[in-house]
Design a protein around this ligand. Structure first.
Ligand code: NDP
Ligand code: A1CAB
Length: 264
């Protein structure tokens, strides 16, 4: 049985993805801090909601999906009850496997995951790293759980904060760019709905080409950039305003914030 502890945005998205992938509601449990939230999960997904302690005692896989700031309290609550045979999967930014292991009994396997919100459409990027008691079988279990909702990549834990900054937060950067481009459309006199449609379809088209063409992004961009044309006029402005450097610094700042979350 799989229990999702703290089924908020990410936990609920994973719960619904796992159900879409064919698991039965009876194979799943969810926990929530508020009864109103628990009732919504029961009604929406037909899953039983239980206490954290009961989940800790009975689940084969415990998915911890609370905010990093709530992880200490959750682990204090469940720590004494998780058997060594269960697998603990932590989805929180910044929280190390060592932090989780220190609050559980000896030998409990922990896998750290950083996923992202496209879990909702089975297009997530999930990166996983084993803790010190997790072996191949535990990584495989985590992959089985996450692969129905997108891609899964194994990385060393030392890169997890970087992955959080790159792919965990990644969708937000694309949405931000879309917002800015729609504003540009408004500046040029487009109706907002038309601007939004143009930008979203350009983003979808570009994303599918990036994924399916096998071409490097530089070549794809060069193919759009005609000599003496319009695109290069825009690229000159982006370079002049240091957009590439801003992206590097932004993602480094996100990585550093992840490290701060780990420190508590
Ligand atoms: N949002 C994102 O894009 C991503 C988030 N993450 C990570 O996923 C985790 C969850 O984030 P997100 O889903 O956005 O956050 P949410 O706040 O939406 O979800 C967390 C849920 O946990 C509940 N909760 C807190 N403490 C407890 C407890 N002790 N027992 C039961 N339930 C509890 C909260 O209850 P209440 O509703 O009362 O607050 C909330 O519903 C975070 O650690 C984050 O770092 C990872 C990748 C992407
Ligand atoms: O902003 C955050 O902290 C979380 C982690 C990755 C995406 N959202």
């Amino acid at each position: 049985m799989i229990a999702i502890l703290g089924a908020g945005k990410m936990g609920e998205a994973l719960l619904s993805g796992v159900l879409r992938a064919g698991r039965r509601p009876a194979e799943l449990r969810a926990t929530a801090r508020r009864e109103e939230r628990a009732a919504l999960l029961r009604e929406r997904y037909g899953v039983e909601t239980i206490s954290n302690r009961e989940a800790a005692k009975t689940a084969d896989v415990l998915v911890l999906a609370v905010k990093p700031q709530d992880m200490g309290a959750l682990l204090d609550e469940i720590g004494p009850h998780v058997p060594a045979g269960a697998l603990v999967v932590s989805m929180a930014a910044g929280i190390t496997t060592g932090y989780v292991e220190d609050r559980l009994g000896d030998g409990v396997p922990v896998v750290r995951v950083m996923s992202n919100t496209p879990v909702h459409v089975d297009e997530a990027m999930s990166v996983i790293s084993p803790g010190s008691h997790a072996g191949e079988e535990h990584l495989k279990l985590a992959e089985e759980l996450l692969s129905p909702v997108g891609k899964v990549l194994r990385i060393p834990e030392s890169l997890q904060d970087g992955a959080t900054a790159l792919s965990g937060s990644g969708p937000a950067y694309f949405y931000y760019l879309v917002e800015a481009m729609v504003d540009a459309g408004i500046l040029l006199g487009m109706p907002r709905a038309a601007a939004l449609e143009m930008v979203i379809q350009s983003a979808v088209g570009a994303a599918v080409m990036l994924r399916d063409s096998g071409e490097h992004p530089v070549l794809l961009r060069e193919a759009v950039t005609s000599p003496g044309g319009t695109t290069i006029a825009a690229i000159r402005e982006l370079e002049k305003h240091g957009v590439r450097a801003a992206v590097l610094e932004a993602i480094e700042a996100a990585r550093n914030r992840g490290r701060e979350l780990a420190a508590g």
